[in-house]
Design a protein around this ligand. Structure first.
Ligand code: WT7
Length: 655
């Protein structure tokens, strides 16, 4: 690992922007100077320029009660108005907001005027269903325009959305609905994935019915979009077809303004415990940073660019760079329903050619899997429209970075490697494409107005050439405002380690130039294909299986997905006596985890072992298991209660 990192850090290729790119770029070097001279003044200026306020704010940041921040506190705005109506009022109603491409090849083209009208109708329907200011609405949808319409309709009436990724199981959905006490669920019968319809409504039914009569109590209605045409069960009085109510609803709806700190959404993400945390984002600060970063990091020229962020709306990337950033900026974007390889391996590149995508934002996992298939696939398509490439979710290795630039970016498109998190709400560390000389593998520098530092364990800044922990040392506009219903957990998780500074959970190193290299999580959080999962969450799913006595999960490095889930389980003697084949046990536990949490959590490997490595105080030493899972010599075992245990486990794993 360390030699690998050292090699990375000696990366000396650099790609400065061309003069032409630099001179036409949205972001000019003066941005850094302005922000450095007056950080809060800089953000206030961005908020005034990028956002339309109903009541202008007079205060920028209130940090008198850390870690609870308010931004633009006395201003009021309507987030949906900012993403819709104002573009129509400015004469851009005919501009395409969304080029939507269904997986089977059906398409929809939606202008800003049309999107505005749809959202107004949906907002009226939500109000009729009794949804009001502050109510929570769960959204469990495929990648169809109604997902965006739903989010904006919820925002428009000052309610709070909680989007749950469509790949999560009914159990995961249920715990999120319960935690937020949602009143309404918006879903679809199903959506297209990998050449077939994957159903969604049945998972909602199961989640609401609960197990053993444990019926969900807060949800009053389920609003269902027809997309998959699959058979679904129907609960009269509770379930409502979208097409029965939205098209016929009135499209008169005046957006009311809400406070800047009005909650906009809750988005659940994994932490170091088994229970996902509901990250809370609010309105004015979030929208300001979403719009600012989308415009400057991607060099967006809204009149001419076609932007495409491939993320699902179930993740924060989909919230900020499919919904709020692009729409606040009046951008034209592509939205695609399906998976990259359906119905053929060139699907993404075909879409880029078809719509002339000029800015493309995807995850390294996808880039690496295309790299494996080979450049002949993308080379069949005309990708000359591409002028900026983005990467997000996990570190991008220099080899994949170079492939991305050369094969997808025609050897010239700047790559912005963007570091951020569900909690940060928007991009924090990234090159700016018209300014920064980019370096393969490094996220490089904090954006203007963002202040980060790399600290050692005792809180001292590390010097160039050294590694430590990534910390954000000043509040930022899109920062999380807390964990839904759990202010104590918010303080403990992010603010206790370094006092008044935000600890991101990532390791990082500074190279000789002071550029930041992300080194992955330092806690028990894994990053699988750019998606966050906790070891504890999967362990608790495993021990919930009747065969399992104990489980330990680690994230092992994986060539394509960055990390992969590897589980070590101790099976109860009674099940071993039944002579169940070890291989069968392993494979049924893999599926079990997939059913409990969702397919992304399914372990790559499950090893059945007799013991787990523990310290004298009983703490599992995952580090040693990771060594084993990655095929390395097992590290220092002196703190184990039983120093021989790793030998026993290795023999079992390797047999
Ligand atoms: C974690 C956040 C940000 C949206 C997608 C993931 C890792 C994110 C990068 C990057 C290296 C990255 C970090 C971070 N991460 N972007 N450019 N380089 N690592 O959101 O699920 O909240 O996960 O993803 O480890 O902490 P998330």
């Amino acid at each position: 690992m360390n030699t690998q990192i050292d090699n990375l850090l000696h990366e000396n290729r650099q790609f400065a922007p061309t003069e032409e790119f630099a001179s036409n770029a949205v972001a000019q070097p003066s941005l850094y100077e302005e922000a450095a001279a007056d950080r809060l003044g800089f953000w206030a200026k961005q908020a005034r320029e990028l956002i339309t306020w109903e009541t202008p704010f007079t205060k920028t940041l209130d940090w008198s009660n850390p870690p609870f921040a308010t931004w633009f506190d006395d201003g009021t705005l309507n987030v949906a108005y900012n993403c819709l109506d104002r573009h129509v009022e400015a004469g851009n109603g005919d501009r395409v907001a969304i080029y939507w491409e269904g997986e089977p090849g059906d398409t929809r083209e939606i202008t800003y005027a049309q999107l505005t009208e749809e959202v107004k109708k949906a907002a009226n329907v939500l109000t009729d269903l009794g949804i009001g200011h502050g109510d929570r609405v769960a959204i469990y949808m495929p990648m169809i325009p109604e997902a965006v319409i739903s989010m904006l309709a919820v925002a428009r009436i000052g309610a709070i959305h909680s989007v749950v990724f469509g790949g999560f199981s009914s159990d995961s959905l249920r715990s999120r609905i319960d935690d937020a006490e949602a009143k309404l669920v918006i879903t679809a019968d199903g959506g297209w994935r990998k050449g077939k319809v994957s159903s969604l409504k049945p998972a909602v039914d199961q989640a609401l019915a609960g197990k053993d009569g444990d019926t969900q109590k807060t949800v009053e209605h389920v609003l269902v979009v027809k997309r998959g045409e699959n058979e679904v069960d129907w609960t009269e009085g509770r379930d409502i077809w979208w097409h029965d109510v939205v098209p016929s609803a009135s499209s008169d709806h005046t957006a009311q303004a809400f406070e800047a700190e009005n909650p906009l959404y809750i988005l659940y993400t994994s932490g170091t415990t088994g229970k996902p945390k509901g990250i809370l984002h609010t309105s004015g600060g979030y929208l300001t940073q979403a719009a600012f970063t989308h415009r400057n990091v991607f060099d967006l020229h809204p009149e001419s660019d076609v932007f495409w962020c491939t993320a699902d709306i179930g993740w924060v990337t989909g919230h900020t760079y499919v919904v709020y950033g692009p729409l606040a900026n009046g951008a034209t974007q592509v939205m695609y329903e399906g998976t990259p390889e359906s119905p053929h391996q060139g699907r993404w590149w075909e879409i880029i050619e078809k719509y002339g995508v000029s800015i493309f934002y995807a995850a390294p996992t996808a880039i690496r899997s295309f790299m494996k298939i080979g450049r002949q696939v993308p080379q069949e398509f005309d990708l000359s429209s591409i002028r900026v490439l983005g990467s997000v979710g996990e570190p991008i290795n220099p080899e994949a970075w170079m492939w991305y630039r050369n094969v997808i970016g025609g050897g010239s498109a700047p790559i912005v490697d963007t570091w951020w998190q569900t909690e940060t709400g928007a991009i924090m560390v990234s090159p700016l494409p018209g300014i920064t000389a980019t370096k393969p593998g490094s996220a490089q520098v904090a954006l203007p107005g963002i202040s980060i530092t790399v600290l050692d364990e005792s809180g001292n800044p590390v010097s160039n050439g050294n590694g430590g922990l990534l910390v954000i040392d000043e509040p930022w506009p899109a920062m999380l405002r807390g964990i839904w219903g759990d202010p104590e957990r918010y303080k403990e998780t992010y603010w206790e380690k370094f006092g008044d500074k935000y600890f991101a959970g990532d390791g990082a190193r500074l190279d000789e130039d002071g550029d930041v290299w992300l080194l992955g999580r330092v806690d028990d959080v894994m990053n699988i294909s750019g998606h966050r999962l906790s070891t504890a969450e999967i362990e608790s799913a495993l021990v919930a299986n009747e065969m399992v006595a104990e489980a330990a999960v680690v994230g092992a490095s994986d060539e394509t997905t960055g990390q992969a889930v590897v589980a070590f389980v101790i099976i109860k003697q009674s099940h071993l006596d039944e002579a169940e084949q070890i291989a069968d046990i392993a494979s049924s536990l893999r599926s079990w985890v997939g059913e409990q949490i969702g397919p992304i959590a399914r372990p790559r490997e499950v090893f059945v072992v007799n013991e787990l490595p523990k310290t004298r105080s009983g703490k599992i030493m995952r580090r040693l298991l990771r060594d084993l899972a990655e095929g390395r010599e097992v590290g220092d075992t002196t703190t184990l209660a039983d120093t021989m245990v790793m030998k026993v486990i290795s023999d079992q794993v390797r047999s």
